[in-house]
Design a binder for this molecule. Structure first.
Ligand code: ADP
Ligand code: F6P
Length: 323
């Protein structure tokens, strides 16, 4: 092998830069040239790529986002789009690619690999919903950002005996909301995986006041049936009966933009290095991830089309610990 490419795709996640750096420096160590592709699969199709040196990836390990840029690229979902991408890679003599990204990106990666182009995936998404890795690059930092916001909101909530709602990211997965709820000491959580009755949330919050708490806080995933907007509307409609207001904070992309913490930098460095090791060993069509403390490779065929389920025992824990 002489040349490989690396790209970041889908939602950016803190730690992607550390993963790029690891792929580039470990690839150079193998004696390969490493091409950085701009804007995910869109850059592959447009042949927008250039070789990266060890210095080009200097000073990025501590930065959020991705120096290569990321994109959602509908054309890549078509066979024609992927054919164009493979042709651009082959014309440059690039023999394999490393795709850093989440569920959708690894589905695209599998499609590329199924067309005969050797690839390895690196598990990276703040949603932590990717099958094949217990934990993905970016979620630890995103969770810490959510917790910082929750801790601050609890201070002002307690001063005024107020109720707060914090909406965190996660269109299809409640991992961030559930973990932020447990670690932030929330009185209730609302997740896409559960049918949450707004009246049950109100009851939890009233019960918290009755138990002598000075605040009540609910963490809601953006994909929950009752998201921030709908839950706030419900509380507004029933304000007189419930006897309290619900103030709303939507964290949104703030959670994605942070500087990666130690955990994400280390995970990304290890996974980036592992991706290169697998390619060097002639193995591809796999996703590298962290499972039970060990770096593992799971066939992409076993990763795609699934969503890693939430540990439902943790929902009970969230309830018990909010007493
Ligand atoms: P994430 O990787 O963060 O989950 P997306 O779901 O938006 O983000 O997927 C990122 C990109 O991966 C898409 O814009 C598309 O280019 C590619 N992709 C997603 N699903 C497929 C698919 N079924 N086939 C081919 N490419 C896909
Ligand atoms: O997949 C990562 C994620 O941040 C989700 O949590 C969120 O639902 C989505 O991306 C937001 O996508 P966009 O950045 O395109 O608005």
């Amino acid at each position: 092998m002489k040349r490989i490419a690396v790209l970041t795709s889908g939602g950016d996640a803190p730690g992607m830069n550390a993963a790029i750096r690891a792929v580039v420096r470990c690839g150079l160590e193998q004696g390969w040239e490493v091409f950085g592709v701009q804007h995910g699969y869109a850059g592959l199709i447009a042949d927008d790529m250039a070789p990266l040196s060890a210095r080009d990836v200097g000073g990025i390990i501590q930065l959020g986002g991705t120096m290569l840029g990321s994109a959602r690229c509908p054309e890549f979902k078509t066979e024609e789009g992927r054919r164009q991408a493979i042709s651009a890679l082959e014309q440059r003599g690039i023999e394999a690619a490393v795709v850093i990204g989440g569920n959708g990106s690894q589905t695209g990666n599998y499609a590329l690999s199924a067309m005969g182009f050797p690839t390895v995936g690196v598990a990276s998404t703040i949603d932590n919903d990717l099958y094949g890795s217990d934990i993905t690059i970016g979620v630890d930092t995103a969770l810490n950002i959510a917790l910082e916001a929750i801790d601050r909101l609890k201070v002002t909530a307690a001063s005024h005996h107020r109720a707060f709602l914090v909406e965190v990211m996660g269109r299809e997965c409640g991992y961030l909301a559930l973990m932020a709820g447990i670690a932030g000491g929330a009185e209730a959580v609302a997740l896409p995986e559960l049918e949450t009755d707004p009246e049950a949330v109100a009851t939890e919050m009233l019960a918290a006041y009755e138990r002598g708490k000075s605040h009540a806080l609910v963490v809601v995933a953006e994909g929950a049936k009752y998201n921030a907007e709908r839950l706030a509307a419900y509380f507004k409609e029933h304000r007189e009966r419930l006897g309290f207001d619900l103030r709303v904070t939507t964290l949104g992309h703030v959670q994605r933009g942070g500087a990666p913490g130690a955990f994400d930098r280390l995970l990304a460095s290890r996974l980036g290095a592992a991706a290169v090791e697998h390619l060097a060993a002639g193995e591809h069509g796999v996703l590298v991830g962290l499972n039970k403390e060990a770096i593992t490779a799971t066939p992409l065929a076993d990763v795609v089309g699934k969503q890693k389920p939430l540990d439902m025992k943790l929902i009970r824990l969230a309830n018990v610990l909010s007493r």
